[in-house]
Ligand binder design. Structure first.
Ligand code: NDP
Length: 331
């Protein structure tokens, strides 16, 4: 049985040396009420970076020398719990471990015949819910409005843009390569895309792509990209602060422009979003996402890395933009 522990807390960008690989030659046994799980797909997510440092946040930090945890799809390989049968697949927050014992609490059964199992980590999982609920609950989108999405070719961003298109908005995505911009426009139906790595003036590029100004900004990245969007917001704009990946690895407090004048001048709303605050809406959101997926109104892309040992590398690669859509490790 292989496990990946957090060996030390990353300073700046995470490296493989922050993790320790442990292999134990044992057989796990289960007691009454427990199930034995075998990991099938492991999700790697930018938010895990926050849990690897010991700063106060909305979830407690990972403990040193303990297994890292993330969203995992696992197969039930033995069960002494009446709610689960051998052969079931479950989704839940589990350890980076090839096999593990669980009492079943917090695990959700997933059906691989309805949608590919990996989608329960992406478009039908936490990132899909984040896109749907962040956009609807804070963004309050209306047909005809203009939205800008940063981190647009990633797991959350690609779903946000597509939902906005379904709802009749003009959609502009910001991402880091020409290939991603092409993907946004061809596969995901975005109206325009901006490559922030090659664009010399993002503010001007947004102005051009959004001639009527920006009503909603779905922010996944923070930093200078988000500053540029602020120059283009309309009156009563809504800004969803979903993430700030461009600053997660900064060791010094980043310098940013002052947002207040932009918000005051435009009577705009800026609100932080955490998906777990909206648990009572998960069911409804999941149903809508699954319906759109079934109707092929919603498409998805995954970057699948193979092999348990590559989990840390796949995680680190998120900060290099190596993924298109959801980054997933197949065990
Ligand atoms: P993604 O699939 O979007 O992967 C991360 C992407 O971020 C990369 O592919 C890369 O794309 C981009 N990126 C990396 N570094 C930078 C940088 N310095 N500047 C700009 N872009 C960068 O991840 P997710 O969809 O899972 O997450 C997106 C965001 O949403 C994250 O900030 C995450 O923390 C947040 N999140 C928040 C949740 C909540 O409840 N608040 C829940 C889930 C996610 P590129 O090539 O375009 O640079």
């Amino acid at each position: 049985i292989k496990t990946i522990l957090l060996n030390n807390r990353p300073e700046g960008k995470p490296t493989v040396s922050n993790f320790e690989f442990v292999t134990k030659d044992t057989t796990l046994t289960i007691s009454e009420g427990e199930i034995l799980l075998e990991a099938v797909y492991v999700s790697v997510d930018p938010y895990l970076r926050g849990r690897m440092s010991d700063a106060k946040s909305y979830v407690p930090p990972f403990e040193l020398n303990q297994p890292v945890q993330s969203g995992v799809i696992a197969k039930v390989i033995a069960s002494k719990n009446s709610k689960f049968t051998e052969g079931d697949f479950v989704s839940g927050l589990l350890a980076w471990q090839t096999q593990q014992v669980s009492n079943g609490e917090g695990l959700l059964k997933v059906d691989g015949s309805k949608a590919p199992l990996s989608t329960y980590l992406g478009v039908l999982g936490m990132t899909g819910l984040t896109a749907y609920l962040g956009l609807n609950e804070i963004g309050k989108p209306k047909a005809g409005e203009t939205i800008v999405v940063s981190g647009a070719a990633g797991a959350v961003g690609s779903v946000v843009g597509q939902i906005a298109k379904i709802l009749g908005l003009h959609v502009i995505g910001i991402a880091g390569t020409d290939e991603k911009i092409e993907l946004l426009k061809t596969k995901f139906g975005f109206d325009a895309g901006i490559n922030y790595n090659t664009c010399t003036d993002i503010n001007a590029a947004i102005k051009k792509a959004a001639p009527n100004g920006v009503d909603i900004y779905f922010d996944n990245v923070g930093g200078p990209i988000s500053d540029a969007v602020l120059f283009n917001i309309n009156r009563f704009a809504r800004i969803i602060i979903c993430g700030a990946i461009s600053v997660y690895n900064k060791t010094e407090t980043p310098k940013s422009i002052s947002v207040q004048p932009f918000l005051v001048k435009n009577s705009a709303l800026m609100q932080g979003f955490i998906v777990s605050n909206y648990a009572e809406k998960f069911q409804e959101a999941m149903q809508q996402l699954a319906t759109w997926l079934g109707e092929e109104k919603l498409k998805y892309t995954e970057t699948v890395v193979e092999g348990f040992d590559n989990i840390p590398n796949a995680f680190i690669d998120l900060f290099e933009g190596k993924n298109k859509g959801k980054m997933i490790v197949k065990i």
